[in-house]
Design a protein around this ligand. Structure first.
Ligand code: 8X3
Length: 251
């Protein structure tokens, strides 16, 4: 039997990369997508010993790029079984009155509109195949708004609504939707949020054991391995020390 195919956005680092590694080792052929070609090529080199890898370089924010690139996939690769909508970022962490509109655009365009563009390009194949599994990587920020995070939280609340809406509309086509809302995960996330300030970013993950990207990849694999009758619909996942968006017990 042929391997199943998974497409992962934001695959060049963090949760996306960890998921690519996990799925490759579990016999999924992969379409790895991201903005950073060099990193994707390195990942392809690493994973080609396990499975077939296709690589698409695009920024999810650019609609015509997304649609063109996915449309350019050879037919075999269009039979996508699993879509991991992982691309997304936080830009800035500031009070609403001091927020930067450029940051707001980046978050709404990437986390919301980008996720929609990629899904729009792939869902018709899944509908035709009467099967598929879509993972939307939301955040605890999508469940609860926190200070200085209005627009990031809004973007993730939109992801939550899209997951619910997709589930309502796509279940009849045999497509499963899994929404995953992680708390703090030690990735480049905070470095991007704090615009390259490594010291500030490091502090977010100090004094406790944060989640690792691999923990989210494990959850994705667990959801994929569940019996066909089971949908893991919505999971909030925290580090043991975290109890709410900004409540982390530090020694
Ligand atoms: C990442 C987690 O708590 O920084 O989405 O929003 S948080």
């Amino acid at each position: 039997m042929e391997n199943k195919i998974a497409l992962i956005t934001g695959a060049s680092s963090g949760i996306g990369k960890a998921t690519a590694i996990k799925l490759a080792k579990n016999n999924y052929d992969l379409i790895i997508c991201g903005r950073r070609k060099e990193r994707l090529l390195e990942l392809k080199d690493l994973l080609s010993e396990y499975v077939d890898i296709e690589l698409l370089v695009f920024d999810v924010r650019f609609k015509s790029e997304v649609l063109k690139q996915i449309d350019s996939l050879p037919d075999r690769w269009k039979n996508i079984d699993v879509l991991v909508n992982n691309a997304g970022n936080a830009h800035g962490l500031s009070s609403f009155d001091e927020g930067d509109i450029v940051d707001w655009d980046a978050m709404i365009d990437g986390n919301v509109k980008g996720l929609l563009y990629v899904s729009k390009a792939i869902v018709p194949f899944m509908v035709e195949n009467k099967s598929g599994h879509i993972f939307n990587i939301s955040s605890i920020a999508g469940k609860q708004t926190y200070e200085n995070g209005a627009v990031y939280c809004a973007s993730k609340k939109a992801v939550e609504a899209i997951s619910e809406g997709m589930r309502l509309d796509l279940t009849k086509h045999g497509i499963k939707i899994t929404n995953i809302a992680p708390g703090a995960v030690a990735t480049e996330f905070s470095e991007v949020r704090f615009k390259g300030d490594k010291e500030k970013a490091k502090k977010v993950y100090e004094g406790y054991e944060p989640l690792l990207a691999e923990d989210i990849a494990d959850l994705i694999l667990y959801s994929l391995k569940a019996p066909d009758r089971v949908t893991i619909a919505d999971v909030t996942i925290f580090a043991k020390a975290q109890s709410a968006p900004t409540t982390i017990y530090k020694d």
